[in-house]
Design a protein around this ligand. Structure first.
Ligand SMILES: NC(=O)c1ccc[n+]([C@@H]2O[C@H](COP(=O)([O-])OP(=O)(O)OC[C@H]3O[C@@H](n4cnc5c(N)ncnc54)[C@H](O)[C@@H]3O)[C@@H](O)[C@H]2O)c1
Length: 351
């Protein structure tokens, strides 16, 4: 088998400081015989020099488009809009299999170029459990921002920080608060509970068992709610517009970590646009107030911690890169998605 060539790309989003491979793990990959090219990237939390010292080759930002055909392009978030034909194998979060906006267009780009998407969300073990995920830090930050906002202490625009700073802010706040985490047994849910506990709040924890016969009154009786569920099939919404206008609502702050906007899986169809670092909070109702935080790149606010944990989980998978096992499952999911859309390989982008 040819030596594996991984190509770590620059992220297009200017706020994306995370990386799926940190320099210490880059060194281990190289020691295990992998060739690793790393693109220059002004915002990545680790300087390119650290990768160079680890033995990586350095390339210009965005130069993956002309990378050798056998290179596997590794990133996290969306690709730039060009080129329209994707010829390589790509590892990243494509958000392309749940009917999300832009999903079909992305799959058509792969079909047009004959490339393949190995979507990190579908890198799972034989029981379907995700092998590398940012969930913990997403939940931690979603809950942390919600508490800080609820207590009037959220400084905007948001900027990347460290766990120590965030912890200090959470601990400095005071005040009784009733909080609910839904999806509490998952990675994000555990992160959310950790942040709330650091803020001195004992959350109510719900998971599948508690939402099967959902008690919306009990939900709305909490002042703060963090949604961290991951549903794979549509379930009745946890909240609708009508629920928000009821007289008994104590809910004032809602952090939607799941952010399934536009997807049929969305359990919170009460808003249609995400919020961002510049404007993290949007008021959904005035009387009484209800504020929403729905940021889709939360772990990027703790880029070092999030990257280090993710990279540690991804490393053994990259060391065992191949066409069976977890990567085989990833590839099968890509082909299933294409089949569901009736997309054939080598299709023209507008065809
Ligand atoms: N906003 C962000 O920046 C960001 C970052 C990373 C992940 N996420 C998203 O967060 C979500 C959760 O990710 P995770 O890694 O924690 O997933 P996970 O699988 O570890 O946890 C999901 C939890 O939701 C529970 N659940 C599923 N259906 C439920 C239901 N109907 N009612 C109650 N609980 C239910 C599951 O039992 C599980 O405990 C995903 O949608 C993921 O894409 C968002």
């Amino acid at each position: 088998m040819n030596r594996l060539h991984l190509w770590l790309r620059h992220e297009t989003r200017t706020t994306e400081r995370r990386t799926p491979i940190v320099p210490s793990d880059a060194r281990r990959l190289i020691e295990s015989g992998v060739t690793l090219t790393v693109e220059e990237s002004p915002q990545r939390i680790f300087p390119v020099e650290a990768y160079e010292e680890a033995g990586c080759q350095v390339a210009a930002a965005g130069s993956w488009v002309s990378a050798p055909q056998d290179a596997v392009i590794v990133g996290l978030k969306e690709l730039p809009d060009e080129p329209t034909e994707l010829t390589h194998r790509h590892i990243f979060f494509g958000h392309a299999y749940k009917g999300q906006p832009g999903a079909e267009a992305l799959l058509r780009r792969f079909a047009a170029g004959g490339g393949e998407l190995l979507d990190l969300e579908y890198l799972v073990d034989e029981h379907g459990r995700r092998l590398a995920a940012f969930g913990f830090w997403a939940g931690y930050l979603g809950a942390a921002l919600a508490v800080l906002h609820h207590r009037g202490g959220l400084r905007t625009p948001l900027v990347p920080t460290t766990r120590e700073e965030m912890q200090a802010e959470l601990r400095s706040g005071k005040g009784e608060l009733s909080a609910l985490v839904i999806g509490a047994l998952g990675r994000s849910g555990r992160g959310a509970c950790t942040a709330l506990e650091e803020a001195g709040v004992e959350p109510t924890c719900w998971d599948v068992a508690e939402t099967r016969d959902l008690d919306r009154r009990a939900l709305l009786a909490h002042e703060l709610m963090v949604n961290t569920v991951l549903t794979t099939s549509p379930v009745p919404p946890f909240l609708t517009d009508k629920d928000l206008d009821g007289p008994d609502r104590r809910l004032r702050t809602l952090a939607d970590v799941t952010v399934d906007v536009g997807s049929p899986m969305n359990v919170l169809p009460i808003y249609d646009t995400t919020t961002d670092w510049e404007h993290p909070v949007r008021r959904l109702r005035e009387q009484p107030p209800l504020d929403l935080i729905a940021i889709d790149n939360l772990p990027s606010l703790l880029p070092r911690e999030a990257s280090t944990d993710f990279s540690a989980a991804l490393l053994p998978q990259l060391e065992a890169f191949g066409t069976d096992g977890p990567w085989g499952r990833c590839l099968a999911r890509f082909h299933d998605a294409n089949r569901e859309l009736g997309i054939d390989k080598r299709e023209l982008p507008d065809g």
